[in-house]
Design a protein around this ligand. Structure first.
Ligand SMILES: NC(=O)c1ccc[n+]([C@@H]2O[C@H](COP(=O)([O-])OP(=O)(O)OC[C@H]3O[C@@H](n4cnc5c(N)ncnc54)[C@H](OP(=O)(O)O)[C@@H]3O)[C@@H](O)[C@H]2O)c1
Length: 323
């Protein structure tokens, strides 16, 4: 299904709200005894919005939670401890718009001998427009795609996430239905810096979510050729009353805040599909699942294409070489 339902801020908002009213067939419900005692979870962008709610709920279920963030250290972690009643929560610094910062995070995890059972790639940015980072890549391209590609691969190659067919660790990508963009992946132009303004941000945001879903599918393929060694999942949480629109023009802010408060889900509610993918016992020996809200769906065909997945992987590796 290709469509343009989410390619502008207005259409994305209206269609996100309409999706909430559509009949859903939920995949299931977590029970209170699907707990995470003894498990270690890492969540990126856990100081705000959905990530903060995910970290809190993982901690409530008994996990050791690592919040990988660039802001609100240590206050967000202290707040998660208070809300969850779990003191086994720590914050580590990472700025996903700086490639070196990802290496530094991995070094810290190694020094602490941390092994991750559940890794949730949640951080994303919706900027005002293009912003060249120190590596020459655009900020949104890095934060919303390439840094995740780099961090996921490093966590696996450094054995911080260890493939294990008996008890597969889980990697979860917070994506969006906006990945169903009409624009096919253009590997030749991937990573080329181009100036853009607000008008193009939402279309690019969807395109980078397509890259993320294509990567998720390819990762699952590569890790699980003969048996399931690492479960790889992705999801769209639906519209969330979070800080995602913080870069919107000031003049629209009061209206946006009202719409968000009236129609969008609270981060706590929106975390349900993430928690399900992280905790459900029924998903052991499963991989490749994509949820929209609580309903299982197929990703867009483009994200499932193995030729595209291979090309994207190779191009992403090539872009990171030399950085
Ligand atoms: N909100 C929605 O309606 C909606 C709908 C579908 C999918 N999603 C997805 O849900 C996820 C969470 O978004 P949200 O709605 O909770 O938005 P949010 O409140 O703005 O949270 C985004 C998180 O990403 C972090 N982040 C941004 N740039 C970063 C960087 N350079 N380095 C490290 N962390 C960085 C932010 O940290 P700072 O506070 O430091 O900036 C923040 O913690 C995203 O993947 C988003 O695409 C959201």
């Amino acid at each position: 299904m290709n469509n343009q339902k989410y390619d502008s801020a207005f259409k994305a908002t209206m269609n996100g709200i309409l999706d909430l009213f559509k009949k859903q067939i939920p995949i299931g419900q977590l029970s209170d005894n699907e707990r995470l005692d003894g498990k270690t979870c890492l969540v990126t962008g856990a100081n705000s919005g959905l990530g903060f709610a995910i970290a809190t709920q993982l901690a409530e279920r008994g996990a050791h939670v690592i919040m990988a963030c660039r802001n609100d250290i240590p206050n967000a972690g202290i707040e998660v401890m208070k809300l969850s009643g779990n003191k086994n929560v720590e914050m580590l610094f990472v700025d996903l718009s700086e490639l070196q910062s990802i290496d530094n995070l991995v070094v810290q995890l190694k020094e602490k001998s941390i092994l991750i059972d559940i890794c949730i790639f949640n951080a994303a940015v919706v900027p005002k427009g293009s912003l060249k980072t120190s590596s020459g890549f655009d900020q949104m391209f890095l934060v919303n795609y390439l840094s995740t590609f780099k961090l996921a691969n490093l966590l696996l190659s450094e054995n911080i996430i260890v493939a294990n067919a008996a008890q597969a660790p889980r990697i979860i990508f917070v994506s969006s239905e906006s990945h169903r963009t009409q624009q096919p992946i253009d590997v030749d132009h991937l990573g080329v810096f181009e100036n853009y303004t607000m008008g193009k941000v939402i279309a690019l945001y969807g395109y980078y979510k397509l890259l993320m879903n294509t990567f998720a599918t390819e990762l699952s393929r590569r890790l699980n050729a003969d048996k399931i060694n690492v479960s790889v999942f992705a999801l769209c949480p639906g519209p969330i009353n979070s800080n995602i629109a913080r870069a919107a023009p000031k003049i629209f802010m009061p209206l946006l805040k009202l719409i968000f408060a009236l129609f969008f889900k609270s981060p706590k509610e929106a975390a349900a599909p993430v928690l399900y993918l992280a905790c459900s016992h029924s998903l052991q020996n499963t991989t490749g699942m994509y949820l929209h809200l609580m309903q299982q769906k197929m990703m867009d065909d483009k994200a499932l294409d193995p030729i595209s997945g291979k090309k994207l992987w190779e191009k992403s590796e090539a872009l990171l070489k030399g950085h």
